[in-house]
Design a protein around this ligand. Structure first.
Ligand code: TRP
Length: 383
């Protein structure tokens, strides 16, 4: 061939200064870039108010453990709020992501159904919200192939979230799937042309990766009609929710035993909160910097009862940490009683859970099939 095809490996870097995409991913979750995302998220919140129809949301979770109150107040409650505001929402149970950093699937099936029961119990409505699993959508997974051709190995190695996750595995050699899962996650987002991805800060490099993939796919294959890109670039929606800590005042994490799970009953909740760490000062205040443990319990009580943390603290005043624990236990148990009751009902009805997942998977598959067809056309691979 005398005329080198434009679709050679060099195009990946040729249309961008060397290394720039890697840097963009590296910076996505820090500094000025993070500030921009925070400001943009506030703007998007207002646009949702006036025109919810312009957004399609995709987000998801790995089915690796039971959801806890950190998940609930951090992201889950916000999904229900988006649904209530009329934003079309797809929620992915990311079962293929589970095997990126561990051997075998463990109790995967139970965890998928438990996650689904959590979703439905908190108020996600399967009539309007599409809940689906990775492994059920072949057309989504097929997008991984062309998408992988759009990124370099060097970029993948620079993804800060992948690096951190690999470090967390304690010296386990990085699997090819762990290295490339951000590209798979790009397929999760792009297959349904979601334009809004509610995530935590740690996921920002992945949203940036999805934007890079969307742009490059279009640069290579979508030029026939620049007004109608094959993929639109998604944006992250950072939650403004306060960060809830564990009952010892450190990051909430199952492995530290400092979590309250959604599925716990009232007695188990009381037992965990009884052991919560406080401090020796009797007067209760809300001062997250100076008194992280006490303030975290005040915050949890406030979030659970829909009140202001300062008011909660002032009301307890000199009654001390015993009273604080009583207040927070009651607030949590009151708020979660109906959710927990519904969760028990749902768990007792596996046939219903299965029917919800089947319907969600069918809907997601219909969407994915249309997208894959358009990708085939763009790539001249329709036979
Ligand atoms: N990686 C996300 C997590 O660990 C889960 C996830 C998978 C996701 N695919 C996604 C989140 C797409 C947002 C969009 O929490």
């Amino acid at each position: 061939m005398s005329n080198p095809s434009p679709n050679t490996a060099e195009t990946i870097t040729a249309d961008l200064p060397a290394g720039s995409a890697g840097e963009v991913l590296e910076q996505a979750s820090s500094g000025a870039s993070l500030q921009r995302t925070v400001a943009r998220s506030a703007q998007i919140e207002q646009q949702i108010e006036t025109d919810p129809g312009r957004f399609r949301v995709l987000t998801g979770d790995r089915p690796t453990g039971n959801l806890h109150l950190g998940h609930y107040f951090g992201t889950l409650a916000n999904r229900v709020a988006l649904q209530r505001r009329g934003v079309e929402t797809l929620i992915l149970i990311a079962d293929y992501q589970v095997i990126a950093d561990r051997d075998g699937v463990g109790r995967l099936r139970d965890r998928v159904y438990s996650l689904l029961a959590d979703y439905l119990a908190i108020g996600l409505d399967p009539e309007t919200t599409t809940i689906f699993t990775h492994s059920s959508i072949p057309e989504l997974n097929q997008l991984m192939l062309p998408f992988l051709s759009l990124v370099t190995e060097a970029e993948l190695r620079r993804n800060p979230t992948v690096k951190a996750e690999s470090d967390d595995t304690g010296g386990r050699p990085m699997s090819g799937l762990l290295l490339t899962y951000p590209v798979h996650q790009a397929a999760d987002i792009l297959f349904c042309r979601a334009n809004l991805v509610p995530v935590g800060k740690d996921q920002l490099p992945h949203v940036e990766q999805a934007r890079v993939v969307a742009r490059r796919f279009d640069e290579r294959y979508g030029r026939a009609d620049p007004a109608h890109p094959v993929f639109r670039e998604p944006e992250a929606l950072l939650s403004s929710a306060a960060n809830l800590l564990g009952t010892d005042g450190t990051k909430m994490s199952k492995s530290k035993g400092n979590t309250i799970e959604l599925g716990m009953d009232a007695d188990a909740t009381a037992a965990v909160l009884k052991k919560a760490v406080t401090d020796s000062e009797r007067h209760i205040t809300f001062d997250p910097q100076g008194r992280p443990e006490v303030s975290n319990l005040v915050l949890l009580a406030a979030l659970s009862s829909g009140r202001d943390p300062e008011d909660v603290a002032a009301e307890i005043g000199d009654a001390g940490s015993g009273a604080l624990k009583k207040v927070v236990t009651e607030a949590v148990n009151d708020h979660f009683a109906p959710i927990r009751a519904r969760r028990i009902e749902l768990s007792a009805d596996p046939a219903y859970l299965q029917s919800v997942l089947r319907r969600g998977n069918e809907r997601a598959r219909d969407i994915a099939a249309i997208t894959l067809d358009q990708v085939r056309v763009a790539m001249s691979m329709q036979y």
